[in-house]
Design a protein around this ligand. Structure first.
Ligand code: FAD
Length: 432
């Protein structure tokens, strides 16, 4: 069966809860966005005794939180030197040291709440697309060990076959403690816990404006007004006008995924003997894995920086996949979908406040472990609880003159730049 436009994960989720579309008139904390961040913030604040309402513009979870690749880990996406340039050396060190806490928090949540989300301790291999990229990986592993004590295994080209059977990579680094989950099931379970705790969740109810000050906000929503002492924005890649201050700092970058038809187990065992989460170093990198039932390849990447339709995206992603595994030239693609990642210009998430309104966003494509953690942090910050302290408040996002808000037109220019320059350069380096 071919399901283009519908995530593979949705065929295997719980029945959606019957949620209201009209918010209560009053609440202590109003949270905008019911993905992983919003639900985790809601559970934390509710357990701290607050009356909490989460409001989503669509069906909760149908933002990124049930569309992603399900790769679970809290490593930073950018190099230590990039982090130092953006935030300073001291901040980089505390950020690197806090990342394992984020991972441990979400792992512990899954275990403590018996969250049934097909979690698998697969490990993650980051695959170097050139010898230069692999040399940078070696440096990263040494620096990380020196700064934090975290042991990252460097995998030379001749040992890659234990993880993946492909000729295109020059080596890798291996995060042994990373894992994989089924993203839709993870969201279903967070929703179950939030509802059980007595959080009000409202769907199909976009928040259109916010007036007032901390302690006395009024949210104007499609379903009516809601008075709230506190507001948390948990809208990540779906942050739009009128919340322009945030929208100028976190822009929607589409990410695309395909799933193959069911494949013979011996073929999968040969292509990906490690059954790892597999991610590339390329700027427009691919990320891919075996499905939880062990029967398909789920293959994601930036088929483009603008929202191409599922047919074109599937064609491009399949071509990339076949470049890695030529044996897949004749397989059929059963699903093709996309979602929006919330990219900060610094590529780091942030927890903060602006004009008394709190936010946690900017995961820049890596939020499965981080979003529940920073959801917890932002809830404590909004409540004035010391447990909200986090190094991720040091990553204040900035904007650019070329992004005055509204539509991120510069992504079309970025698409050209990557296609015409960066891709060609990386292909050239890969051959050396
Ligand atoms: C295709 C894809 C693949 C990914 N793969 C991975 C991966 O493998 N590993 C990983 O770690 N991360 C991955 N990510 C990133 C990860 O999914 C996100 O970081 C995470 O889901 C963010 O959760 P969130 O709750 O902050 O935002 P979302 O889940 O996006 O939720 C935001 C919500 O805000 C709502 N909203 C926006 N504006 C309003 C408004 N005005 N009023 C009411 N509601 C509003 C939206 O409707 C939406 O439901 C991927 C993302 C995508 C798109």
């Amino acid at each position: 069966m071919t399901s283009f436009g519908i995530p593979y994960w949705w065929q295997d989720g719980a029945e959606l809860p019957d949620l209201p579309e009209i918010p209560p008139q009053k609440t202590d904390i109003a949270i905008i966005g019911a993905g992983y961040t919003g639900l985790s913030a809601a559970i934390t604040a509710r357990r701290a005794g607050a009356d909490v309402t989460v409001i989503d513009a669509i069906i909760p979870g149908q933002g990124a939180s049930s569309r992603n690749g399900g790769m679970f880990g809290a490593h930073t996406r950018i190099s230590i030197s990039a982090m130092t340039r953006s935030f300073g050396r001291d901040a980089a060190v505390v950020l690197l040291n806090e990342a394992p806490e984020a991972y441990a928090f979400t792992r512990a949540l899954i275990e403590a709440e018996s969250i049934a989300c097909d979690f698998q301790p697969t490990g993650r291999i980051v695959l170097a697309s050139s010898r230069k990229a692999h040399a940078e990986q070696v440096t990263l592993a040494a620096d990380l060990k020196a700064l934090t004590g975290y042991e990252l295994a460097v995998v030379s080209r001749d040992r890659l076959g234990e993880h993946i059977n492909s000729d295109v990579y020059a080596g890798g680094i291996y995060y042994e403690d990373h894992g994989a989950l089924q993203p839709r099931k993870f969201h279903d379970e967070l929703m179950r816990i939030a509802l059980r705790e007595g959080v009000h969740v409202v769907q199909n109810c976009p928040v259109l404006a916010i007036e007032g000050v901390r302690g006395a906000f009024v949210l104007r929503s499609k379903g009516g007004d809601i008075r709230s002492e506190n507001v948390i924005h948990a809208t990540n890649g779906y942050t739009r006008k009128p919340f322009n201050w945030l929208a100028r700092r976190v822009f929607p970058l589409p990410s695309f995924i395909i799933a193959t038809e069911e494949l013979p187990p011996d073929l999968l065992a040969r292509l990906a003997p490690g059954r790892r989460m597999m991610v590339e170093t390329r700027a427009k990198h691919s990320y891919y894995r075996i499905s939880p039932d062990g029967r398909r390849i789920v293959f994601g990447g930036r088929a483009g920086m603008v929202p191409y339709g599922p047919d074109l995206a599937a064609k491009r992603l399949k071509a990339t996949m076949v470049g890695i595994w030529p044996d897949l030239a004749d397989v059929k693609i059963s699903h093709s979908w996309r979602g929006y990642t919330g990219f900060a210009f610094e590529q780091m998430p942030n927890v903060g406040q602006h004009q008394g309104q709190y936010f946690a966003l900017g995961y820049s494509g890596s939020g499965v472990a981080m979003a529940p953690y920073l959801g917890m942090k932002v809830a404590y910050q909004a409540l004035g609880d010391k447990r909200g302290e986090t190094a991720y408040s040091l990553t204040t996002p900035t904007t650019r003159l070329y992004h005055p808000g509204g539509h991120p037109w510069f992504l079309a220019a970025g698409e050209l730049w990557y296609r015409q320059v960066v891709d060609l350069l990386e292909n050239f380096q890969a051959r050396r």
